[in-house]
Write a protein that binds this ligand. Structure first.
Ligand code: NAP
Length: 289
């Protein structure tokens, strides 16, 4: 029997989310009578929303800004990975017990595999120290990278470096965002540059998170988490410098792929999900709200 089931997205706001398009296309492709709902929840109502998820029998949910950290103590359990990252983006309802996971780190790393990224120095430079940076840092450190972290607010970068230090042998070195000379030297020896700031997002599409004096080595792979637009000013500059580029759509796709797997225990139709996302982003880029 193909039972009707529901999953949803807890966040505030959620109306801009591309997850319903991606997941509903996947449910449809597999003939599942499942539905992905948007569940806007103001911060003061989060505990109530968690009760409602349980009471209404949701199979699971995604969690987005601003609840990824706040939801953790409200759950019956959290995976070790989500605990170390310090954020939950996916929930499973196992017989009324809500358990939290983080699929962002998986999503981030999976894309590098698709891009045939082959590190040699195992050094990465990461820009940004917000929520997304946590998953990026976890993925890189757990795959043996040493990381140089740069953030506009340096104290947040230092906090993240301290947060991860007990869990990994490899370290996070913090460099001030205006120390261009030091940043240039770190880029010269790195395999990978990751932008996990929101700089370059629509509508500020001409902005580049790197200082203008920086020149990108052609040996780098430059990975921008921003997916709207897919071709950011940073990726344009990287391509012009002869570097390889990776855009943010793949991470969005694969975090969803892994969440889908956790909820349905079925192999996700990745190509269907990718096509749905590409169409939705294309529509949004050509007619912004
Ligand atoms: P967040 O927690 O709000 O963090 C934002 C980061 O950007 C902070 O490090 C912030 O620095 C920095 N920043 C913002 N404006 C800046 C500016 N004008 N100059 C320099 N730095 C600036 O956001 P987030 O959740 O980490 O998301 C960051 C980006 O990643 C967003 O574009 C988001 O769409 C994208 N993202 C993509 C995926 C994906 O699947 N592709 C997943 C998650 C996030 P301060 O600390 O100094 O404020």
């Amino acid at each position: 029997m193909n039972e009707s089931r529901r999953v949803g997205l807890l966040g505030y706001p959620v109306h801009h989310s591309l997850s319903p398009v991606m997941h509903n296309a996947a449910f449809h492709a597999l003939g599942l009578a499942w539905e992905y709902d948007l569940i806007p929840v103001a911060p003061e109502n989060l505990a109530l929303a968690v009760d409602v998820l349980q009471a209404e029998g949701y199979v699971g949910a995604n969690v987005t800004i601003p609840h990824k950290q706040a939801i953790m103590p409200l759950l019956a359990g959290v995976s070790q990975e989500a605990q170390i990252i310090g954020a939950v983006n996916t929930i499973i309802n196992a017989s009324g017990q809500l358990r939290g996971y983080n699929t962002d780190a998986y999503g981030f790393w999976q894309v590098l595999g698709d891009a045939a990224f082959t590190p040699s120095s195992y050094q990465a430079v990461v820009l940004g120290a917000g929520g997304a940076a946590r998953a990026v840092l976890y993925a890189l450190l757990s795959h043996g990278f040493s990381v140089t972290l740069v953030n506009r607010t340096e104290s947040k970068a230092t906090e993240l470096a301290q947060h991860f230090a007990p869990y990994f042998d490899h370290t996070i070195k913090v460099v001030a965002h205006d120390d261009t000379e030091h940043l240039q030297a770190e880029l010269e020896i790195a395999d990978l540059l990751v932008n996990s700031t929101s700089v370059g997002m629509t509508p500020h599409i001409t902005e580049n998170p790197l200082p203008p004096a920086i020149s990108l080595p052609a040996t780098l792979t430059v990975y921008d988490l921003v997916y709207n637009p897919r071709e950011t000013a940073l990726l344009q500059a990287a391509r012009a410098a002869g570097a390889k580029t990776v855009d943010g759509l793949g991470m969005l796709l694969y975090q969803g792929v892994e969440a889908f797997r956790l909820w349905t225990h079925q192999e996700p139709p990745v190509d269907v999900m990718r096509t749905a996302l590409e169409g939705a982003i294309q529509a949004r880029t050509s007619s912004p709200p």
